[in-house]
Write a protein that binds this ligand. Structure first.
Ligand SMILES: Cc1cc2nc3c(=O)[nH]c(=O)nc-3n(C[C@H](O)[C@H](O)[C@H](O)COP(=O)(O)OP(=O)(O)OC[C@H]3O[C@@H](n4cnc5c(N)ncnc54)[C@H](O)[C@@H]3O)c2cc1C
Length: 231
């Protein structure tokens, strides 16, 4: 695992380059929205943390993950403050079910809160690469402009694929999303499939609003970045 991009002082991207052919083959078949589990020895303890695949090299011989430093987080404090630039890890195969339905023509409305944007970066990249003409709208929320770390990459995707639309939301300028804002986005489209990923407060807010509106459960998908705790 190798540090590749410093987005700001608390969000970095890393490239993961598997060393065995077996892993390389598994990696090539991952689905956008899936995550891998990283196992690493920190202060004499083995710890495991899941991270969503946020990008990949053209030949898929290296995958990218993007990691936010958690205050007092065991793994991320070590990673940001003490880890060498390149180090070895154990790795699971890609897994998870937070997958964009690429085949149906219903619009996908994605609510991303902060680092919860990572699966949506993978959706957008896959749509651009595969020319699927699937319409998605990503509402990318963050505290401030500096925290919209994927803005430039998304703008590039949207330039290449007219079916991808981005709506940026900075809470330092507009405050947190309200029920009215959320329903405004939802009602812009005909019964969109809704995808939500962000911190628990962000997810709960959107879920509560949709529940109040009796939005169909089967049209909502949620990815929770639950914390494993310091173990
Ligand atoms: C499916 C999935 C995908 C994910 N994808 C990403 C991703 O793409 N990018 C990303 O950055 N993260 C992602 N995560 C989160 C990631 O796996 C880690 O949980 C995160 O990086 C924190 O790890 P850590 O070891 O630094 O923090 P931990 O040591 O696990 O602590 C996490 C937080 O909990 C607090 N905490 C720990 N113990 C306690 C306690 N006893 N009481 C109160 N608070 C406590 C810490 O202060 C810290 O803020 C994902 C999680 C899941 C489940």
């Amino acid at each position: 695992m190798e540090q590749s991009i410093c987005h700001n002082d608390h969000v970095y991207s890393y490239l993961i380059k598997p060393t065995s052919i077996e892993f390389l083959n598994q990696f090539k078949n991952f689905l956008p929205g899936q995550y891998i589990i990283i196992q690493v020895k920190v202060f004499d303890h083995w710890i495991e943390r899941p991270y969503t695949i946020s990008g990949w090299e053209e030949d898929k011989k290296a995958l990218r993950v993007t990691i936010k430093k958690e205050p007092k987080g065991l793994f991320t404090s070590w990673l940001f403050e003490q880890a060498p630039k390149i180090f070895s890890i154990n790795l699971s195969s890609p897994q998870g079910h937070f997958l964009l339905d690429m085949k149906n023509s219903t619009i996908g409305l994605c609510f991303a809160g902060g680092i919860g944007v990572t699966p949506f970066v993978a959706y957008a990249k896959a749509l651009v690469e595969n020319h699927l003409n699937k319409k998605i709208v990503i509402v990318y929320c963050a505290n401030n402009r500096e925290d919209l770390v994927f803005r430039r990459e998304f703008d590039e995707f949207a330039r290449e694929d007219p079916f991808i639309k981005l709506l940026y939301w900075q809470s330092d300028l507009k405050g947190f999303l309200t029920e009215k804002d959320i329903m405004l986005f939802v009602n812009m489209f005909a019964e969109p499939d809704i995808y939500i990923c962000g911190h628990p407060g962000f997810q709960n807010l959107i879920c509560q609003v949709l529940q109040n509106q009796h939005y169909r459960h089967d049209k909502i998908q949620i990815e929770q970045f639950t914390y494993a705790g310091s173990a």
